[in-house]
Design a protein. Sequence first.
Length: 120
Amino acid sequence: MIMTDAANADWAMTDSGLKYLVLTAGSDKKPTAANTVECHYKGWLDNGTEFDSSYKRGETATFPLSRVIRGWTEGLQLIGEGGKIELEIPSALGYGPAGAPPVIPGNATLHFEVELIKVL
């Protein structure tokens, strides 16, 4: 479903409430929840505070999609290898009421820009 807000005209939302904007679709090789992926990403809170960045560390991150927050598992399946997506992840698909102290407060909406380098 496409959101109707003019400022968010290109954003879409899944049934679970994940908002996303595909920046680059990538190849036809899309991951499933069972795959391990290699990514570059940065994450920030609603107030703009960046809490994590593989770019700043200078190395990609590799992880099984089954072992990350639900918003990532769902969102990365929307693009193919070489693709790039921006995600707005509601708390229910992120760290929930507990958050991930001290960096991520409870009930936080998370924002990510993720580049899917490789599906392993």
